[in-house]
Structure formats: structure tokens, C-alpha cells
Design a protein around this ligand. Structure first.
Ligand code: GLC
Ligand code: CA
Length: 558
């Protein structure tokens, strides 16, 4: 190879880091609290860089840490180019990024472009400037209907429940897809477009490696009159022409963003949060001319079931081949019931409810939850997921085998979804956002010196980092070993299914010879002489046999 070619292939390699990365999601306010005010902060993350390095992840994704009134856990952003003073300063952010980079960990930040907070200077200007002003045109203001315009422009309902319109003092109404405190931006406005390019450059210049794009499928809207009713809206196809969701014209924005990402070396990456109607439509967000990658949330609504897993894996690998992207795998994040809990509840068997929703809504009755079984199945699913081609997104606390926390009183709850009902019905999302336990003893289990902003249950003690680090059979030890070995296993981006003779057992081989076997049912699976090459399993083998509800990784033969 000539020098020029060598440099080029190295650059390609550096540019492709995200394709099979293990990315660890940090919910900053609940990760580690360095100054003891009960809220996790950036210096707290800095103090845990060793922990992240030992875990063996390739990147962290930070949920919003920007100034915010926390009407929606920080997804209501007051200022996109700053750090919430309660969480630290820009200098703290730089120090954290430098320390993470020094340990080979890349940094992804969350961009929330669909809406600002109502405290953002633009929205304050819009309120002050009045009807027909340029400041109002950055948002979506309309006159109401009925006598004196006292009724909202439409009967549309927001994702968090209640009307999607809010009236302001002079009588106009503004549109908010999410909380009242989250007015939607008008993406037809050039100033809005330009400002987000400035934000992308601001963080890229600070060394950020990539971006997670919040509700990437909702930015552009067609609100030309007459507006459809809520019932009519629900019947419109989501094929690119829908007034609010997954419109074809949203990709013009991401093409512009891609040009900014490509100004950097290596190019900055992005992953879309896009809840769209088909995998084909999701692939458009993942195109190399757009954001490059999109979350695959299919496993969030699936049971722990061989047939469902196989279909989802096959579909998504096929889509990745078509889009030229790599697929992504997610079992938990800050918006859903933790997967250990989902798998400890009765299966959905095709019902269209999100797993865990009913249990959480009912206040988490203990007798319905099989804690050990849920964790066992979660370990099996995670080990399978980490063996798949593509990148894996892990959510803080899952490496400790944490269950959803149901023991939070209404007074202690923070999620707007809890207070307004809506799509995240039941008790909302606080149960997966409880501050992490670092030590089995001490105030707030080592999270900080003075309490935690959401209550931690007594059972956290058994899952504290110090307790689990000392136990080779713990969740943490399993994740560490899997993430270490994963660097050997993840080479080519494909798999070949192997025959198992059982409908409840999936087995596949990677191009480099590594194999992954999962027994979804309770029946053990005989591995024969391959048992000798098992380097990791979510439950210990019994003789040459993989127990039921377990996954094993088999190293290539010599
Ligand atoms: C995304 C976030 C969620 C937030 C919503 C509104 O779905 O993941 O936490 O509430 O967007 O920004
Ligand atoms: Ca703090």
C-alpha cells in the first residue's frame, strides 16, 4: 500500500467509528453529583471517566445539559450553546470532553430542534413583539377559532396530553407538539435554520464527535389552511405528505446539516430519533447524505421471543444494507420502562401496548414482576444484542441490572407525561431516571453528598457499582466482559443464521467465525463440543449445556 492509500484507509477507519460502536447514554442529572446539591452534573461525569473507560464503551451520548427549567427533563432548552449553571460551565464541559477523549471515548450531544423552551430568548421576544412580527414567525402562531378566537385553531392533542395549542396574552395561539413549555419552531424560517447550523458548529468546534437528534421526524410542517381536524389527521397516511409527521421536506434540513458535519475531520456523526411508520422511511434519516444513522426502536415494543427477535434483526439488517448505514440496537433509554422490568412482566403477545406501561400505570405491583426472571432475560437479550452487527445504545444503569423504580410518590414525580397523561401514560418516565447507586452505603448510594432529586429505593444497595464490581456474577461484570470481547467480535457487518432445530433458539455466526446462541425458552440447549469455545455466557453452562433464557458467545475455532 502506498503512503497516500494508507493514510486514506486510516481516515476512513476513523470516520467510520460509529458503525459498530457501543454508545452509553448518560442522563446527566441522574448520573453523578459532584457538588452535592442532589442533581447530577458535568464534574460528576468527569469524576467517573475511569468507570466509563473500565466499562469498555466507545462513546457516551449526553441527554440535554443545557440551561432549562426542566419542564421536560431538559428537553426544554433555554440556550443551545451553554451549560445549565446547576450542571457546570462550558469549561467543565471541555474538561470532561478532553478526559473522555484521552480514554478513547467519543462524545455525542443531544440536539433538540423541534422546539425551544418558552424561556428561550426567541420565545420571550415573540411574546413581546406581538402579532405578525418577525419574532413570532420563528414559531407557529395562529388566530383561534370561534367567537373572539377563544377556541384553539384545531382540536389537536399534544404528545403529553391536553391541547397542542396554548393561548398567549394578546389572544393568539402557539403550537406545541410536546409540553406547553416547549413551543414548536417554524422550520420554514431561514433564521431558525441558520441558528441550528451555528449550534452544530459551536459543539463540533469544542470537539464533540456526534449528535443525537431529538424527534428528528417532526421538524417541518404544512399548516396551510384549512387545517384538518384531529380525527382527519389520524387518518392521513404518513407517507411523506402528512402535515406534521415524517414529511419528505425534512430531509432538506439534514442535507444542509450533513454539509456542516463534513466540514470536520473526521466528519461529525448523527443519529436520528425518528418514530416513523416503516423501516423504509426510517432508512431515509440514516442515509449518508442526511444524518447517517437512525435509532431502531423495534425491540422496545417486542417480547423476549425468538421469532420476534429474528424478524426484527433480519428486517433491520436488510434496511441497513439498503441505506448503506449500520443498524442500531436499543433495549432501554430515558423514555421507556427498563428492559429488565419489561421482561419480568407477562408477554404482550402482540397487544399494541408498550411493554411495562400497564405495570407502571398500576403503581408497579410487586406480585406481577418476576425480578430475577426479568434480569435473567435482560442479560440474555443484551448479550445477543451486543453480538449483532451495528451499533448498540446502552442506557445508564442497565449495566447494573436495574429495574424500573415504581416507588415514587405523585409529589416526587417530575415527568410532564405523568401530570398531563398523553402518549406516555401511566406514571410516566421518572422510574428509569432515578440517580444511579455508586456505593451500597452512604448518602444517596454515593450519587452525591446530599440526597437525590428522585428517590432511590432500598433495593438499589444490592446493585451499587461497588457491590457489583466485586461480584464476578453481577450484571456489571457481564457487561464489562462483553464490551471487552465485543471489540474482537465486531468486524464484518453481517451475520449468517445457523440451524438450531428449535423454534425457541437463535444462533448466528459473524464473518470472523464468532457465534452467538440464545435460548429464549426455559429448555436448556445442548452445545456439544462447541461448549469448549464458549468465552462468555449470561448464565454459567451446566456441563456442555446452555441453560434456558441465556446467551452464549462462542469464539472461532483454531
Ligand atoms: C424525545 C425525547 C423525550 C422528550 C421528547 C420531547 O422523544 O427522547 O425525552 O420528552 O423528545 O423533546
Ligand atoms: Ca450537582
Amino acid at each position: 500500500m502506498t503512503d497516500a492509500l494508507l493514510v486514506e484507509s486510516r481516515t476512513d477507519e476513523a470516520a467510520a467509528w460509529w458503525r459498530q460502536a457501543a454508545v452509553y447514554q448518560i442522563y446527566p442529572r441522574s448520573f453523578a453529583d459532584a457538588n452535592g446539591d442532589g442533581i447530577g452534573d458535568i464534574p460528576g461525569i468527569l469524576s467517573r471517566v475511569e468507570y466509563l473507560a473500565d466499562l469498555g464503551i466507545d462513546a457516551v451520548w449526553l441527554s440535554p445539559f443545557y440551561p432549562s427549567a426542566l419542564a421536560d427533563g431538559g428537553y426544554d432548552v433555554d440556550d443551545y450553546r451553554n451549560v445549565d449553571p446547576r450542571l457546570g460551565t462550558l469549561e467543565d464541559f471541555d474538561a470532561m470532553t478532553e478526559a473522555l477523549h484521552a480514554r478513547g471515548i467519543r462524545v455525542i450531544v443531544d440536539i433538540v430542534p423541534n422546539h425551544t423552551s418558552n424561556r428561550h430568548e426567541w420565545f420571550q421576544e415573540a411574546l413581546a413583539a406581538g402579532r405578525g412580527s418577525a419574532a413570532r414567525d420563528r414559531y407557529i402562531f395562529r388566530e383561534g377559532t370561534g367567537p373572539d378566537g377563544a377556541e384553539p385553531p384545531t382540536d389537536w392533542v399534544s404528545v403529553f396530553g391536553g391541547s397542542a395549542w396554548e393561548r398567549v396574552e394578546d389572544g393568539q395561539w402557539y403550537f406545541h407538539n410536546f409540553a406547553v413549555e416547549q413551543p414548536d419552531l417554524n422550520w420554514a424560517n431561514p433564521e431558525v435554520r441558520e441558528d441550528f447550523l451555528t449550534t452544530l458548529r459551536f459543539w463540533s468546534d469544542r470537539g464533540v464527535d456526534g449528535f443525537r437528534i431529538d424527534v428528528a421526524h417532526m421538524l417541518t410542517k404544512d399548516l396551510s389552511e384549512p387545517l384538518p381536524s384531529r380525527a382527519e389527521l389520524a387518518l392521513l397516511p404518513q407517507d411523506g405528505s402528512h402535515p406534521l409527521i415524517d414529511r419528505d421536506d425534512v430531509h432538506e434540513i439534514y442535507a444542509e446539516w450533513r454539509r456542516v458535519f463534513d466540514e470536520y475531520e473526521p466528519p461529525r456523526t448523527a443519529v436520528a430519533e425518528a418514530w416513523v411508520s416503516t423501516p423504509e422511511r426510517r432508512a431515509r434519516y440514516a442515509s449518508a447524505e442526511g444524518l447517517g444513522q437512525a435509532f431502531n426502536f423495534d425491540l422496545l415494543v417486542a417480547d423476549f421471543d425468538a421469532a420476534q427477535f429474528r424478524r426484527i434483526i433480519a428486517d433491520n439488517l436488510a434496511q441497513a444494507t439498503l441505506s448503506g448505514s449500520s443498524t442500531t440496537w436499543v433495549l432501554s433509554n430515558h423514555d421507556v420502562t427498563r428492559h429488565a422490568t419489561r421482561y419480568g412482566l407477562p408477554p404482550l403477545d402482540g397487544r399494541a401496548v408498550k411493554q411495562g406501561t400497564e405495570w407502571v400505570a398500576a403503581g408497579g405491583p410487586e406480585e406481577q414482576l418476576d425480578r430475577d426472571g426479568g434480569r435473567r432475560r435482560a442479560h440474555a437479550a443484551t448479550l445477543l444484542l451486543l453480538g449483532l452487527p451495528g451499533s448498540a445504545y446502552l442506557y445508564q444503569g442497565e449495566e447494573l441490572g436495574l429495574h424500573e423504580v415504581a416507588e415514587i410518590t405523585p409529589e416526587q414525580r417530575q415527568d410532564p407525561a405523568f401530570f398531563r397523561g398523553g402518549e406516555f401514560d401511566g406514571l410516566g418516565r421518572d422510574g428509569c431516571r432515578v440517580p444511579l447507586p455508586w456505593t451500597a452505603d452512604g448518602p444517596s448510594f454515593g450519587f452525591g453528598a446530599d440526597g437525590a432529586h428522585l428517590p432511590q429505593p432500598a433495593w438499589f444497595a444490592a446493585h451499587a457499582v461497588d457491590a457489583e464490581a466485586a461480584d464476578p456474577a453481577s450484571s456489571l461484570s457481564l457487561y464489562r466482559e462483553a464490551l471487552r470481547l465485543r471489540h474482537e467480535l465486531q468486524t464484518g457487518e453481517s451475520l449468517e443464521w445457523l440451524e438450531t432445530g428449535r423454534v425457541d433458539v437463535l444462533r448466528f455466526a459473524r464473518p470472523n467465525g464468532w457465534q452467538v446462541v440464545t435460548a429464549f425458552g426455559t429448555e436448556p440447549f445442548e452445545l456439544g463440543s462447541d461448549a469448549e469455545r464458549v468465552v462468555l455466557s449470561s448464565l454459567p453452562l451446566v456441563g456442555g449445556t446452555l441453560p434456558g433464557e441465556a446467551t452464549a458467545w462462542i469464539a472461532p475455532g483454531v
